[in-house]
Design a protein. Structure first.
Length: 118
């Protein structure tokens, strides 16, 4: 099982990034996919989630609502996080999570660093 995040980097305030999480080793479409982030000295925070199968249901945290969107491509076993209008407070390591088995199974990626700074 692997979850590999990519797309992080350094961006100026107001800029955009698109994070990608490539999954392998499990039946991707059966899993709820979630993006978390963790800033230095802070607890891990849920950013956005998308339901399994067709991904008809999404959740976006209030802290990023209107700026971030989540989507999934089951054909490519990929979940995306489009981040627009980035702010310095969005700086964190962003993690991809797959949850299945009625919540009993959790897979995590290694994380990708996002830094928003001028």
């Amino acid at each position: 099982v692997q979850l590999v995040e990519s797309g992080g980097g350094l961006v100026q305030p107001g800029g955009s990034l698109r994070l990608s999480c490539a999954a392998s080793g499990f039946t991707f479409r059966n899993y709820v996919m979630t993006w978390y982030r963790q800033a230095p000295g802070k607890e891990r925070e849920l950013v956005a989630a998308i339901s399994s199968a067709g991904g008809s249901t999404t959740y976006i945290s209030d802290s990023v609502k209107g700026r971030f969107t989540i989507s999934r491509d089951n054909a490519k076993n990929t979940v995306l996080l489009q981040m627009n209008s980035l702010k310095p407070e969005d700086t964190a390591v962003y993690f991809c999570n797959a949850r299945g088995g009625l919540g009993r199974i959790n897979y995590w990626g290694q994380g990708t660093q996002v830094t928003v700074s001028s």
